[in-house]
Design a protein around this ligand. Structure first.
Ligand SMILES: Nc1ncnc2c1ncn2[C@@H]1O[C@H](COP(=O)(O)OP(=O)(O)OP(=O)(O)O)[C@@H](O)[C@H]1O
Length: 268
C-alpha cells in the first residue's frame, strides 16, 4: 500500500445512497505502522438511524471513527459527510470520544466542558453570555447533570463524565453523532439515561453511530449494525446483518456458541 496515496482528497464518491448518507467511507485504509488496522472499508451510514459498530478488541472500530473525523489520516480512502467532503461538513458532526482517551485531570469545570460544544456559535474571542450558559445548562439538564455544573470534571465518576461529554455533543446541535463506547463502565441507570438521549436525538431525525460492545443490547438499542474486523464483515439492518454467521466471522469463532444462542438474533 503506497503511502503516497491521497488521504482524503476531497473527491466525493458517486453511487446509490451516497449523496444522502450522513457518513460514507470508501476504500478506507488506515495503518499506524506496517500493517493496516483498517483495510479497504466501505461504510454507508443510513440517515436518521442508530447504527452500532461492532467487532472484537483491536478490530479498528475507534480508528474508523477517527478516520471519519479526520483525526487520523488514512493511507487511502475517502470520507463524505452528507454527500460533501469532510472539511465542508465537519461542523455537522459531534463526537464523544472513548472515556479512557480523555485527560480527566485537566482542571476545568463541567459547565466549561459543555460550553466547548458551543465553539462555533461563540467563535473566537467572543464573550460567553447568559444565553450560552442557559443553553449549556439545558444540555446538562437533558443528561441529568445540571446539579454538577460547577464541579471539576476530574471529580466526577466515570458515568457522570460520560454524561457530560454527551451534553457537550448536544450543545453542538449536530446532525450526526459519533460515539466511541458510550456505555463502557457506566451503571444501568446511566446507560438508560444515555440511550434515552440517543433515542430522542433519533426522534428528532438525527443520525447516531456508536461503537458498541454489549451484543446482548444491540437489537434493543440499534436499528442497524456495521460489523468489522480490520475489514468490513457485514452491514445492514439488525434483521439482515446481526446474524450468528456474521458474528462468527467477525469474532473469528471466539464467541462461544452459548453466548450467541443467548442473543436476540433475528437473522442467521
Ligand atoms: N495511536 C496508535 N498507535 C499505534 N497503534 C494504534 C493506535 N491506536 C490504535 N492502534 C492499534 O490499532 C488497532 C485498532 O485499534 P482500535 O482502537 O481502532 O480498535 P478497536 O476496535 O476500537 O478496539 P477496542 O474494542 O479494544 O477499543 C489495535 O491493534 C491498536 O493497538
Amino acid at each position: 500500500m503506497s503511502l503516497e496515496l491521497a488521504a482524503n482528497d476531497g473527491v466525493a464518491p458517486t453511487g446509490a445512497g451516497l449523496a444522502s448518507s450522513p457518513l460514507a467511507l470508501r476504500g478506507m485504509t488506515v495503518s499506524y505502522g506496517q500493517k493496516p488496522v483498517v483495510f479497504s472499508v466501505d461504510m454507508t451510514i443510513a440517515e436518521g438511524a442508530m447504527t452500532a459498530i461492532i467487532g472484537p478488541n483491536g478490530a479498528g472500530k475507534s480508528t474508523l471513527l477517527k478516520a471519519a473525523l479526520g483525526i487520523v489520516s488514512p493511507l487511502a480512502g475517502q470520507v463524505t459527510v452528507f454527500g460533501k467532503p469532510l472539511a465542508a461538513e465537519r461542523h455537522r458532526i459531534a463526537y464523544v470520544p472513548q472515556r479512557a482517551s480523555v485527560d480527566w485531570d485537566f482542571p476545568t469545570r463541567v459547565i466549561d466542558v459543555v460550553l466547548m460544544g458551543l465553539y462555533r456559535e461563540l467563535g473566537l474571542l467572543q464573550r460567553i453570555r447568559g444565553q450560552h450558559r442557559d443553553k449549556a445548562m439545558a444540555c446538562l439538564e437533558r443528561v441529568g447533570m445540571a446539579g454538577f455544573a460547577e464541579r471539576q470534571i476530574g471529580q466526577l465518576s466515570g458515568g457522570q463524565q460520560q454524561r457530560v461529554f454527551l451534553a457537550r455533543a448536544l450543545a453542538q446541535e449536530a446532525d450526526l453523532y459519533l460515539l466511541d463506547e458510550p456505555f463502557a463502565g457506566v451503571d444501568a441507570a446511566t446507560e438508560k439515561a444515555i440511550i434515552d438521549v440517543l433515542k430522542s436525538l433519533k426522534d428528532e431525525g438525527k443520525t447516531v453511530v456508536a461503537v458498541h460492545h454489549d451484543l446482548a443490547t444491540v437489537a434493543e438499542y440499534f436499528d442497524r449494525v456495521f460489523l468489522v474486523n480490520t475489514r468490513k464483515m457485514a452491514e445492514g439492518t439488525v434483521a439482515e446483518a446481526f446474524s450468528a454467521e456474521n458474528l462468527d466471522r467477525t469474532y473469528g469463532g471466539r464467541l462461544a456458541t452459548g453466548q450467541i444462542d443467548q442473543l436476540d438474533l433475528v437473522a442467521g
